[in-house]
Design a protein around this ligand. Structure first.
Ligand SMILES: [Zn+2]
Length: 330
C-alpha cells in the first residue's frame, strides 16, 4: 500500500476521546494549536493522553522550531486552518508524521498535503505531506462559528466550476484528467449540494483534500474561481471558501457558454444566498473595476500554472465579463 492510501480517517461525535489510542506508539506529541482551543480543550486532552504532550500555541512559522523541543516524535494540528497548516509545515521540516484534528470544516486543506502560507500579503501553496490520520470530532466541529462552516460549503461548491473546467481543459487543451479522482470529487460535491448535514460536509472536505493529494496537484479542486480568489487575496483576507464560492458563478457562467457546466451559475447563486454566503460586490465592499482587475490577474495565475482557463477558451473580453457580472447580479 502506498503512503497515499494509508491515511486513516475517523469522523465521529466525541472522536477526541480516541486520541490516546491513536497516539499509543508515540511518547512526545507536539500539538500546534491556538489560545482559544487550548483554553477550551487543553486540560481535557492532557487528561486523555498518557504521552508527554507539548503545546505550541500560535507559533510563527520558522524552520527548525521542532528541534527546540527534544524527543518530539509526532506533530498534531489541533484547531482551524492555521494550526493545521503549521502542523503540516513543521512535520515536513522535521521529517515527522502529523495528525490533523480540525475544529472547523472551513476548507479542503484539513487532509491535503498542501499548506497555504501568507508572504508579503500574498497567499501561496507549499507542498508538504498528507496526515497520517484525520481525527474529526463532530461534537467539537459543531461548535465552530457558523461562518467557518459556510466557508467549507463554499470550498465544496467551487468544485462545480473546478471540475467542469478540468474536463474542458482535458478535452480542449490536453491537461491530464483522472476519472476516478473526478468521480470522488464529484461525489463529495453532490453530497453537499443534496444534504446540509455537518457530517457530510466534513467527509467531503476531507475526501476532496485527499483527492488532490492522490492526483498530485490541486487541479481537480481548483480552477479559475480559485485563481480569482488568490487575486482577491492581494487586498482582502476573507475566508478562503467564501472567496472561491464568490468567484464560482462567474466561472460557471462561461463554462455554461462552453457547454461544460453540469450546474447552472444562477442555481449556484441561489444556493449561496440560501446558505447566507456573500454573492454581491457590495457585500465584499468591492467595485466592478477591482473585480475585473482580479479576473485579469487570475488569468495570469492560470497561465503561469499552465492551466487552461474557461475565460481564455471563450475568448472573454472585458465587455463579456462585465455583462456576466451584471447578469449574475454581482
Ligand atoms: Zn479551496
Amino acid at each position: 500500500m502506498s503512503e497515499k492510501d494509508s491515511i486513516r480517517v475517523i469522523i465521529a461525535d466525541d472522536a477526541i476521546n480516541q486520541l490516546d489510542s491513536v497516539l499509543t506508539d508515540y511518547k512526545r506529541p507536539l500539538i500546534i494549536s491556538d489560545v482559544m482551543i487550548f483554553d477550551k480543550y487543553g486540560a481535557h486532552v492532557e487528561n486523555l493522553v498518557k504521552a508527554d504532550v507539548i503545546w505550541s500555541i500560535s507559533p510563527d512559522y520558522k524552520k527548525g522550531l521542532v528541534a527546540r523541543f527534544s524527543g518530539v516524535d509526532i506533530i498534531l494540528g489541533f484547531g482551524g486552518g492555521k494550526s493545521i497548516d503549521l502542523a503540516k509545515l513543521f512535520a515536513s521540516d522535521a521529517g515527522l508524521e502529523w495528525v490533523s484534528v480540525p475544529t472547523a470544516a472551513s476548507h479542503d486543506g484539513i487532509a491535503s498535503d498542501v499548506a497555504s502560507v501568507m508572504h508579503n500579503s500574498y497567499r501561496y501553496s507549499v507542498k508538504c505531506k498528507q496526515p497520517k490520520l484525520v481525527l474529526a470530532d463532530l461534537t467539537i466541529i459543531s461548535t465552530a462559528p457558523k461562518i467557518l462552516t459556510r466557508s467549507g460549503i463554499g470550498d465544496i461548491i467551487s468544485k462545480t466550476s473546478s471540475l467542469a473546467e478540468w474536463r474542458l481543459a482535458s478535452e480542449c487543451a490536453g491537461e491530464p484528467l483522472d476519472e476516478k479522482i473526478y468521480g470522488t470529487v464529484d461525489h463529495s460535491l453532490e453530497a453537499v449540494l443534496r444534504d446540509g448535514g455537518l457530517g457530510t460536509l466534513v467527509r467531503s472536505v476531507i475526501e476532496t483534500g485527499m483527492a488532490m493529494t492522490a492526483f498530485g496537484s490541486s487541479r481537480p479542486c481548483s480552477g479559475t474561481e480559485h485563481a480569482i480568489s488568490h487575486a482577491m487575496d492581494r487586498r482582502m483576507q476573507s475566508l478562503h471558501g467564501l472567496q472561491v464560492a464568490f468567484a464560482t458563478p462567474l466561472s460557471l457562467y462561461f463554462l455554461e457558454e462552453a457547454g461544460y457546466a453540469k450546474h447552472s451559475s444562477r442555481g449556484i447563486v441561489e444556493f449561496m444566498r440560501r446558505k447566507m454566503m456573500p454573492t454581491t460586490l457590495r457585500e465584499l465592499d468591492m467595485s466592478r473595476d477591482l473585480f475585473l482587475d482580479d479576473i485579469h490577474h487570475a488569468l495570469k495565475i492560470m497561465e503561469k500554472r499552465n492551466r487552461y482557463s474557461v475565460l481564455k477558451h471563450c475568448k472573454a473580453t472585458d465587455t463579456d465579463i462585465l455583462n456576466a457580472i451584471s447578469e449574475l447580479n454581482y
